[in-house]
Design a protein around this ligand. Structure first.
Ligand SMILES: [Zn+2]
Ligand SMILES: [Zn+2]
Length: 364
């Protein structure tokens, strides 16, 4: 009984041991399997990690490469932009420089123009002052002469003025004391200091003369005026003005132009028998107001009325019409002063003009 128990006990222990052993082996096997799998897994993982690393590196390289390309592009674009900007700035600088140069040029031109204008004004003022001074001297000498008994005028009154003393005389001015170019004429105009003849430029004013909208060559129009209202109005003028001039002495010629040309339009010529009378008329009537206009008188020399007056106009045959540079004159009433057609050249009767040819002063 005891023996059996012992054996029984031994078997139980053995089974226990075997069971334990079996569990141990199982554990070992399991550990080996786990270790194996762990080992295998680790290799896969490492492989995967390596692949991941490679992928990541590749991706990084790609990104780096792309970045570098983008950077290069950006740098190129930046370089182009900078170049464009520099070009633009250079252009702007250039434009600004040109603008400033232009401004400076304009300013300089403007300043020079202002300076020139100022100088011209000052020069004109000087000339005016000088003229005024000369006129004062002239008037004072004229007063002295008129107050005295001398038949010889003082030399100050005999000073002629010439516009261009070194060139030929203007043929129109020489004959009519007028020229369409005024003192800008390329020929010489000679103004006597004093003379028997007074000229009042543009003195007779008439609507028909001032509003000449007719054909330049339509000479009949002018003659129609003369024959109708214009002539009538001229007679009024004649009857008003001639007595005013006759107050100072005997008038030997009185002619009023009916030319349309501005330099001759309404010009009134008055000639006195005596020089002293002409001077007295000048002293009293020059700058006097007549019919709302200031009368301006000047001494002039008419060598021959026959040469000054257009002979064709009186016969209504002047081919120049309104452009004629000779005097087309109104018919005076009662054929007053018509005898000029039979006159001689009068230089012998104008001693004061011819005698003092050496006293010449150029107009400034
Ligand atoms: Zn001229
Ligand atoms: Zn004519």
């Amino acid at each position: 009984m005891n023996m059996f128990v012992v054996i029984k006990r031994k078997h139980k222990e053995w089974r226990k041991i075997a069971k334990r052993e079996r569990r141990r082996r199982f554990r070992i096997q399991k550990a080996r399997i786990r270790e194996y799998f762990a080992k295998e897994c680790s290799q896969e993982y490492e492989k995967w990690l390596k692949e991941q690393d490679n992928l990541e590196k590749f991706e990084y390289d790609q990104i780096e490469k792309s970045n570098m390309q983008e950077h290069a592009k950006w740098m190129e674009a930046e370089k182009n932009t900078m170049e464009q900007w520099n070009i633009l700035q250079e252009r702007k600088r250039h434009q600004l420089q040109e603008y400033l140069q232009q401004e400076a040029k304009l300013k300089l031109e403007w300043e020079l123009e202002q300076k020139r204008k100022k100088e011209a004004e000052e020069k004109l003022k000087e000339i005016e002052e000088e003229k005024k001074k000369q006129q004062q001297i002239f008037m004072s000498k004229l007063e002295q002469f008129l107050a005295g008994d001398s038949t010889e005028p003082p030399p100050e009154l005999l000073i002629s003025h010439e516009t261009r003393p070194n060139v030929d005389n203007c043929p129109f001015f020489l004959k009519t004391a007028c020229c369409r170019f005024g003192d800008q004429c390329s020929r010489n105009h000679r103004y006597p200091g004093i003379s028997n003849v007074l000229l009042a430029p543009n003195f007779y004013v008439h609507f028909g003369l001032n509003n000449s909208n007719f054909s330049e060559y339509d000479t009949d129009v002018m003659l129609e005026y003369e024959d109708s209202d214009t002539q009538k109005e001229f007679l009024e003028f004649f009857n008003d003005v001639l007595p005013e001039f006759e107050k100072f002495g005997r008038v030997t010629q009185f002619k009023v132009c009916n030319n349309y040309e501005k330099h001759l339009r309404g010009n009134t010529y008055v000639e006195y028998a005596e020089l002293r009378c002409a001077l007295a008329a000048y002293r009293s009537l020059h700058c006097r107001w007549y019919g709302g206009r200031q009368l301006s008188l000047q001494f002039c020399f008419i060598d021959s009325w026959k040469n000054a007056i257009c002979g064709l106009a009186s016969r209504r045959r002047c081919p120049k019409g309104r452009a004629c540079n000779f005097l087309h004159v109104f018919r005076n009433p009662r054929r007053f002063y018509e005898d000029y057609k039979f006159e001689h050249i009068r230089s012998v009767n104008m001693p004061h003009f011819k005698k003092n040819v050496s006293i010449v002063k150029q107009l400034t």
